[in-house]
Design a protein around this ligand. Structure first.
Ligand code: ADP
Length: 430
């Protein structure tokens, strides 16, 4: 059903309820155009005769409920039509959630809180995006809670965040990220500090619940929580913790029957646990591919997304102007802990970092905490629970002059002076 459409690219004619899947080759761009009919990309509708551009490595599905014709130009690694998609099941899930929202509206209750779980590369983020898009297209205001610290769709890697969704995701760029609530986690796997991970999950749940109390639309809209692909041991416990912190009503388990059974066993009986198949279109990503995506996300933070270019600033920051911390002291044997202190305390402890060469290329979160806030052993709370107001990257350190050069989205001075160091590094090649 595909043929050449001359210089404008390759034409694909799709029957109803099928999708065109394609991957963009490294170093290439591919343009997509809807020629006739109706189609959507992960729940966002395509406009007719508009050219959508996808960058290297993009993995896209153009789905149609009614049938359509599209054209693709540029170098794709693969491009094929599949009739076998789980979209109808995803739509039914959306319909069930929408019924819960309607019921909530009637009964003056809160709307569905949904947690999406499964191993890596099963399409969790994609399912979240589809469900959020379908909800917002009906006028709902759901909240996206992003707990995937490795591949965040909201902010830079190493963060946990919440974002109120007010319009469908942009086909090329994803959800517009205005005023998200972002917390510093500091690394790309929850396992580096599971105590902090669980604590920040609770903080996000608390902020979300507070918002629901004062904002009816947010409450009815509910939330969709995207989680990490780590589903064993402490990773599994983190999912159970999240379900309880957010008081989730629905858990969507993608592609893993074992996880489905475990959650059914361990979560309260009123939580609906649903097993959904993954899409055959979801592509497994290599470690390198993941790292590139992370890098791209940081680059985007500083330089913007293609057309919307930002111009980051480079300036010097004196060591004396800032205080830099790492969260979590290295664990020590229980027997060596001071009286009355537990391992938990060490994982949530703020450890002052004295700037040195090894700070170079590290991403630092700028905490929104009051600059005058006292930081003692007992006061670390304020900083852990304060959202982040931005990020900088250390590009050079001069220990002699006691200054570091940073890359920042805004000109000097820094908005705040408490900085939290991430394990994550970014090398600015621009
Ligand atoms: P997870 O969140 O479970 O790690 P993602 O939702 O990020 O998985 O999906 C992994 C990759 O597969 C993404 O690049 C996404 O764009 C792509 N993808 C998802 N669904 C499809 C599909 N139906 N066809 C083609 N690519 C898809």
């Amino acid at each position: 059903s595909s043929g050449s459409a001359g210089t404008s690219g390759t034409r694909f004619d799709l029957e109803r309820e099928t999708e065109l899947r394609f991957e963009v080759e490294a170093g290439e761009r591919v343009q997509l155009e809807l020629l006739s009919g109706l189609a959507e990309v992960f729940g966002s509708e395509l406009n007719r005769n508009k050219k959508y551009t996808f960058g290297p490595g993009s993995k896209i599905a153009v789905f149609t409920w009614q049938g359509c014709s599209v054209s693709l130009s540029g170098k794709t690694e693969v491009a094929y039509i599949s009739k076998d998609t789980p979209m109808l099941l995803y739509l039914n899930t959306h319909v069930a959630l929408e019924q819960m929202r309607r019921q909530a509206e009637k009964d003056n209750e809160r709307g569905p809180r949904v947690m999406v779980v499964g191993p890596t590369d099963v399409g969790k983020s994609t399912v979240c995006r589809v469900l959020l898009n379908y909800a917002v297209r009906l006028g709902r205001r759901p909240t996206l809670v992003e707990l995937d610290v490795g591949q965040s769709s909201v902010s830079v890697p190493g963060t946990m965040s919440a974002l109120c969704i007010e319009r469908p995701a942009d086909v090329e760029e994803g959800f517009s990220v205005q005023a998200p609530l972002v917390f510093h986690f500091g690394s790309t796997t929850p396992g580096t500090n599971i105590k902090l991970y669980n604590k920040l999950t609770s903080s996000l749940a608390e902020v979300f619940s507070q918002r629901c109390e004062v904002n009816r639309r947010a409450s009815v809209g509910g939330c969709i929580i995207n989680t990490c692909g780590w589903v064993k041991g402490s990773g599994y416990q983190a999912l159970v913790h999240c379900a309880s912190a957010f008081q989730v009503d629905v858990v969507l388990v993608l592609d893993q029957e074992r996880l489905y059974n475990e959650l059914k066993r361990d979560l309260p009986h009123f939580v609906r646990v649903v097993l959904l198949p993954k899409s055959g279109g979801v592509v497994e990503r290599s470690k390198d591919c993941r790292r590139e995506t992370r890098d791209e996300k940081i680059r985007e933070y500083f330089y913007g997304f293609r057309a919307t270019s930002f111009y980051p600033h480079a300036f010097d920051v004196r060591f004396s102007e800032v205080r830099i911390y790492k969260i979590g002291a290295p664990s020590i044997p229980d027997s060596c802990l001071p009286l009355g202190m537990s391992q938990d305390d060490t994982q949530l402890k703020l450890v002052p970092v004295s700037p040195g060469r090894d700070l170079t290329h590290h991403v630092l979160s700028v905490s929104s905490v009051d600059d005058d806030a006292e930081v003692g052993a007992g006061q670390s709370r304020g900083i852990l629970e304060s959202p982040v107001c931005g990020f900088i990257v250390v590009t050079a350190v001069d220990t002699q002059a006691q200054v570091m050069t940073v890359l920042s989205p805004a000109p000097r001075p820094l908005p705040r002076h408490t900085l939290l160091i991430m394990d994550i590094r970014f090398i600015d090649l621009k």
